[in-house]
Design a protein around this ligand. Sequence first.
Ligand code: ATP
Ligand code: MG
Length: 445
Amino acid sequence: MRLSRYFLPVLKETPAEAQIVSHRLMLRAGMIKQASAGIYSWLPLGFKVLKRIEQIVHEEQERAGHIPMLMPTLQSADLWRESGRYDDYGEEMLRIKDRHDRDMLYGPTNEELITDIFRSYVRSYKDLPLTLYHIQWKFRDERRPRFGVMRGREFYMKDGYNFDLSKDDALHAYNRHLVSYLRSYERMGLQAIPMRADGGPIGGDYTHEFLVLAETGESEVFYDSAVTDLTFGDRDIDYDNVEQCAGVLEEFTSKYARTDETHDETVWADVPEDRQRVARGIEVGQIFYFGTKYSEAMGATVQDADGNQVPVHMGSHGIGVSRLLGAIIEANHDDNGIIWPEGVTPFHCGIVNLKQGDEAADAACEGLYDQLTKAGLEPLYDDRNERAGGKFATMDLIGLPWRITVGPRGLKNGVVELTNRRTGESEELAPEAAVAKVVAIYAGV
Ligand code: ATP
Ligand code: MG
């Protein structure tokens, strides 16, 4: 993309309404525009990152054997009356009437709709296990929408639902989700720590929230510092292997890590004092096993091997796709702007032409643009007739991990400058060598 033809409405001033850094930077970098309280338009740069995150989530869910589909945003109230949640959900549910005076709602989540789909088609235990998921807009009429996309009213969420014959099978689905989530967050450059969460009225230990540590997080968290040493890395996981998935759960959840909702002073006291950490975190996902709650209420049964009709065991698993943009920025920025991890960056590499109109500089930039594009990368070429300082400020603000700077003086010596956004380190290289280096870096992402 050439910046002269792109739509990147960056702001010079810091918007007064934004209280936290990720919200300020998303507004300043021209990524989002508020449409009304807690509802945003995704401008081209923000949309690009949203799609990158969505793509990682899809790839990792499909790798785990979970099946993508799409359900509507608007739902009929009838299904929610069946499950008993229409009245329970309260004011967070946006209720709408259609022209025939029928009660509709903008879905805050999809347990009812997916259970209805399941019961309409699936009859036999032979069709299990089954995990369906979608990535779709949700609406929750939050009392205090704030912090930009972190707590919106309309937000983008991946929600998956597993259907299994037994509790054991459903717990394997739970573990599979935990593994696939750890992998997804790491690909986004984030450390998200699974923390035991509040089981709510269902109780039990079978829910974990994934939290990214950040000062601006809304949850208070208590953890053993040993959990931050764990990384998923590129280990090979067979998602059908029950012991292997259970092993990962054990490894990542056996150390103390809880939110304030489940914090237990007695157990906490057993954590060595020099490893006790109290901090704040952003919830970027949650997994849940809830047994037969919805299947019993809504008659989602299958015939088992003995010919009996039994309710299926279910769980639901969510990732806050749009919230993740905020969380990633909270964890990756400096005074000059965003620093995108390579896995989610909107463009792979910036090209800054220090002297637009200079024949050699223009030709070199075009050459770099071509080579990076042919290698399958997306460069952003700042080809505007602007001061170098302004171009650097824009590149730093929007946070591309790599920048190639091209000027007549360097070209006389046959070099361009390759700069790492995170470390600020630069090196002079021949243009082809700069391209080769950037291509090699992304080949490993
Ligand atoms: P919270 O406690 O933050 O209100 P939740 O526990 O109610 O979230 P879930 O039902 O677990 O949310 O939804 C799955 C994920 O969707 C959450 O982990 C979070 O990342 C994201 N999410 C939930 N509410 C919002 C919101 N209002 N804006 C943006 N993302 C959200
Ligand atoms: Mg949650």
